[in-house]
Ligand binder design. Structure first.
Ligand code: CO
Length: 141
């Protein structure tokens, strides 16, 4: 079912500062930056081979990463796997009794359709599955 590690999501308390650190340390610039209003986050994507690093900054206290930042102060937030068809994957996982946070794909950053599994379903790791969204331009690819 899993085709590749699409990206690693890293929550940061200050997105501009984190982008500056990654750029300075690794000599790379984000190829894509986008507000995902439905999640209350701004994302900055760095291409790393066939995979990516997704830095996530919070836009307010109600964002999807706000509690994580309060508890952890930042760090690895989720792992995202590329799949051919998010809905098919969700249907399979649901049939297995998997605890899902999304039962249908929804728009995510970078022109992707995304869905999340509960961390309890995946060894304590918040897990995203995603695919290119055929109905939206991706921006970077
Ligand atoms: Co993600």
């Amino acid at each position: 079912m899993l085709e590749k590690i699409d990206h690693i999501g890293i929550a940061v308390p200050d997105l501009d500062a984190a982008v500056a650190v990654y750029s300075r340390l690794f000599g790379i610039e984000p190829t894509h930056r986008e507000v995902v209003a439905s999640d209350g986050v701004e994302t900055a994507m760095f291409e790393v081979g066939e995979s990516r690093i997704e830095l996530l900054g919070s836009l307010g206290p109600d964002s999807k990463i706000a509690n994580f930042l309060v508890k952890r102060g930042g760090g690895i937030h989720h792992v995202a796997y590329g799949v051919a068809d998010v809905q098919l994957a969700l249907d399979h996982l649901a049939a297995e009794g998997t605890q899902l946070l999304d039962t249908a794909p929804r728009p995510g950053a970078g022109g992707r359709l995304v869905a999340f599994l509960h961390p309890r379903a995946a060894a304590g790791v918040l897990t995203e599955i995603c695919q290119p969204d055929p109905s939206r331009p991706s921006g970077d690819h």
